[in-house]
Ligand binder design. Structure first.
Ligand SMILES: Nc1ncnc2c1ncn2[C@@H]1O[C@H](COP(=O)(O)OP(=O)(O)O)[C@@H](O)[C@H]1O
Ligand SMILES: [Mg+2]
Length: 207
């Protein structure tokens, strides 16, 4: 099977009982032409998302988070790399095109606790974009921190290794590990946010 030049998600049957990833992203890149200028949105995104994982994505504005979700959902073709999504029998029965939900807008609508309970009940694989470090920590199994544009993976934080399931949100927030994790994520994100803001300011003054 060739996946190297695959520009739309490839749906494959999940290996039963195995630990095969639910979503495999390999070398995902994407650029847009904006006013005859190339804007590199994503560069070399390489990650495996596990079945039933709650996978959070954080990164500065314009780093390609929405673009990544659109590629995952098959709404936008990537320029390079491959997307492989394992489909199990439940996905087929539900007629779902993918087990990955893009809940970017729903963050405002669904309370965190409620979302967590729903997810703990049915354990669908979720890729969730948020601007809130707090939200990422309380919800995620892993948090992918992205760099400023072009979006690359800066770090992946293994939250599940520290906070198990089921989770009590207040217990997570009052734990000393929460503060440490928050500090770690913010220190990495801060440089990227600064960079992306500086880039925007330069772009504005150059006009
Ligand atoms: N359809 C599009 N046409 C042109 N540029 C786009 C388009 N979609 C996104 N971009 C650009 O790609 C970059 C990443 O955008 P996006 O994925 O929305 O970032 P984020 O969701 O992290 O804020 C931005 O510079 C944005 O302006
Ligand atoms: Mg966005």
């Amino acid at each position: 099977m060739t996946v190297s030049n695959q520009l739309t998600p490839e749906y494959v049957d999940a290996e039963r009982g195995g630990s095969a990833p639910k979503v495999s992203l390999r070398g995902i890149s994407k650029a847009f032409m904006v006013k005859r200028q190339v804007v590199n949105a994503l560069a070399g995104i390489d990650v495996d998302i596990r079945p039933g994982e709650f996978f959070c994505v954080v990164g500065p504005s314009g780093c390609g988070k929405t673009t990544l979700l659109r590629i995952l959902a098959g709404l936008e073709p990537q320029d390079g790399g491959s997307v492989r999504i394992a489909r199990d029998r439940t996905d087929a029965r539900n007629g779902a095109s993918s087990g990955v939900a893009s809940l970017d807008e729903q963050t405002k609508l669904i309370l965190q606790g409620e979302l967590l309970r729903i997810w703990e009940d049915d354990r669908k694989t979720v890729v969730y974009v948020t601007h809130s470090i707090d939200e990422a920590i309380v919800l995620a199994d892993r948090i992918m921190i992205m760099t400023a544009r072009p979006g690359r993976i800066k770090d992946i934080v293994d939250v599940a290794a520290v906070f198990g399931r089921p989770r009590e949100l207040e217990a997570v927030r009052s734990s000393p590990s929460y503060g440490e994790m928050f500090g770690h994520i913010w220190s990495q994100l801060r440089t990227e946010v600064t960079e992306s803001r500086d880039g925007d300011i330069n772009a504005n003054t150059a006009r």
